[in-house]
Write a protein that binds this ligand. Sequence first.
Ligand code: ZN
Length: 341
Amino acid sequence: MIIDCHGHYTTAPKALDEWRARQVAAINNPSAAPQLSELKISDDEIRETLEKNQLRLMRERGSDLTIFSPRASFMAHHIGDFQVSSTWAAICNELCYRVSQLYPDNFVPAAMLPQSTGVDTASCIPELERCVNEYGNVALNLNPDPSGGHWNSPPLTDRYWYPIYEKMVEYDIPAMIHVSTSCNACFHTTGAHYINADTTAIMQLIEGDLFRDFPSLRFVIPHGGGAAPYHWGRYRGLALGMKKPLLSEHLLKNVYFDTCVYHQAGIDLLTRVIPVDNILFASEMVGAVRGIDPESGFEFDDTKRYIETAAINPEQRDKIYEGNARRVYPRLDALLKKKGK
Ligand SMILES: [Zn+2]
C-alpha cells in the first residue's frame, strides 16, 4: 500500500474561492459578509474536481491513499481576525471531510486550524476536537507563522503553542508544520516561504527542548525538510555547540520528513542523510510545482519515480510508502486495520 501523507484540496470547486473572496471583501463591513448557507457545493462537483485531478494522478502513478487537508496557501491566517479564520477553517475542514466520505478508501482528512496572529492557540482547540471526533481527522497542519511571512509569533518551542501540543498528545495525532501564503514580497510563497519555514522549524526544535516536555509529540516537516537535510552537518554541529544531545536523540524520535523534493538527486540526498525510518512518502499534488521536467520527461511532483529509483532496499521502500506512516499516524493505522488492511 502507498500512502501519500501530503495532499491538499487545491482543486476545490470555484464556489469556495468566490465565497472566500466575499468573506475577505467584507472584513471591514461585516454586514456584507456572506452567509455560510450561501456556499453551495454538490457531491458531484467534488467528485468532478477529484476524478479529473488528484484521483486520476493517484491511479496513474499508483498511490492508494492521501492524507488530505485544505489548500495550504489559502489558509491565509493573516487575513482578518480569529472569527474570520474560524469560519474559513470550519468550511475548508468540512469540505475535506466530505471528500473523505465520498472516497473513504482514497482520502483521509487532516485539519486546518483557525489560527490568527497574536491569538491564544487554545482558541484552535474546539475546531481540532470537531475535526478529530466528528470528521475522523488523523493529523493537523500547524502554521508556525500565521502572519504570512513576517514571523512575529514565538518559536514552536514556546509555551504559546502548548495548548495545541497537549491536544495532539491526547489524541495521538501528528502535525505537519506548514505555512500558508506569503504576504511579504521578499518571500515567494512556495519557492521561499515554504522552504524557509521548514528549515526554520528544524532550527527552532534544535534550539529548544520541546520533546523533553512532550516525548510523544510528532511533527512532519514537509518539502523534504526544507534545507535541513542538505545542511545536516551544519545542524549537527550547531546542536553540539549548544550542548544538545545528538540529533538522532534530540530530533529524530519526533521529527519526520516527507518526500516532496522534486528531483532524483534531492531524494537520493534525503535517503542518504536522513534515516529511512524518518521519511514519509508524499507528493503534495496537485500543488506547488506543476508541469513536466524537461530533464526527466515526467511531472516534477511524480515523486514515486524517485523513490523507486533511490538506492534503498525493498524493505526500506515499504517503510517510506506505508510502514512509517502507520507509525506516525496511529489513527490512520487504526482506520486501515478496521478495514482489514
Ligand atoms: Zn503542502
